[in-house]
Ligand binder design. Sequence first.
Ligand SMILES: Nc1nc2c(c(=O)[nH]1)N[C@H]1C(S)=C(S)[C@@H](COP(=O)(O)O)O[C@H]1N2
Ligand SMILES: [Mo]
Length: 387
Amino acid sequence: MLGASASAAALVGLGSWKSAFAQDARPLPGYAAWKDAGSMIVHSPNTIELRRGAMGDGAITPARQLYVRNNLTPPSADILKDSDAWTVQVDGVRRPRAFTLAELRGMSTETVTMVLQCSGNGRGMFPSKPAGTPWQVGAAGCVMWTGVPLRELVRALGGADAEAKFLTGTGGEVIPAGIDPRTRVERSVPIAALSDALLAWELNGQPIPLAHGGPVRLVVPGFTGVNSVKYVKRIALTADESDSSIQQTDYRMSAPDAKAMNPADPSVWQMPPKSWINSPLPEGGGLRAGAVTIKGVAFGGTNAVRQVEVSTDGGASWKVATLVGPDLGRFAWREFAATVDLAAGSHQLASRVTDVKGRTQPEARVENKAGYLNTSWRDHAVTVTVA
Ligand SMILES: Nc1nc2c(c(=O)[nH]1)N[C@H]1C(S)=C(S)[C@@H](COP(=O)(O)O)O[C@H]1N2
Ligand SMILES: [Mo]
């Protein structure tokens, strides 16, 4: 039963006609005007996701399709005018000091390919409808960052302070006078993350645009997006977690019925294994009985992908998919494909990944107040109709 609205949505490849018409009304904000408008869903000027149907093929997400999430209004684009003069202070080391981007550029660099994914990606699939952006799958991308390995910088500065347990990064947003300074974007992750973290100034081989945290961004591979602090002004190896609200009372796995987020609840840090199908999708339409190739992306979070399975019967049976495209390291996603035979009728297609440590994507989401870390394969399943 295809109504006029549903077929209109099919024409433009949108998730659902309702969200399509509501969201198409919103233009890209100025700082992200260079994005591929047709690929993006603009939830608000500070929350922009990639449409599931626009994920397409290719292991790397082009910057013009990468989601954007700002917790505060981003700084002025003026900070990119003299990017070489941008400074990052490094504290909590034997010899603290500031580095200009010009100085960082003179050091040996590394490139890491990693999934950048918002902690709340998939929140829109929680039946409890948690407060916050109802992201589907598109608050995620797989991108390359180039910069200086933080562990080398720390080594050059004489090593971390003895009591340091966390790596803390502070964003460059200017907090207006009179506003609680704890509203700043400052995140702490366990200090072990030092071994993979970079101070990066290139995204997919180009200077990092303002929207993605240029001139310099802290990137923490394997951790959710919030931990990769944009326009980073200060790095510190600290004994305690930051007192910022984004550390203390946000991004915690609090019980669904908790009155408020509790700083004692676990922080949202490393990403668990996750996969989803990008093709076919219900809105694509036009499926004929016979061979159909299911395609999607899968990642282990901190570990490499061992295997991806697909189901065409809502998880009753599974078949191993083929990993396709390049293996860009354990923090990147793998593309997968599986050709299946579909009869006429309706089919629930699902995917689930297992990482090299044997962790398998679960059927159920972990219920939590803010709707973080949804990796449920059931929630990410799609139902398609075959003619
Ligand atoms: N300085 C700063 N860093 C930040 C944020 C922010 O608002 N300010 N948002 C965080 C969140 S919640 C996410 S999901 C990612 C989004 O990165 P992107 O906009 O480059 O996709 O940046 C993180 N780093
Ligand atoms: Mo996020």
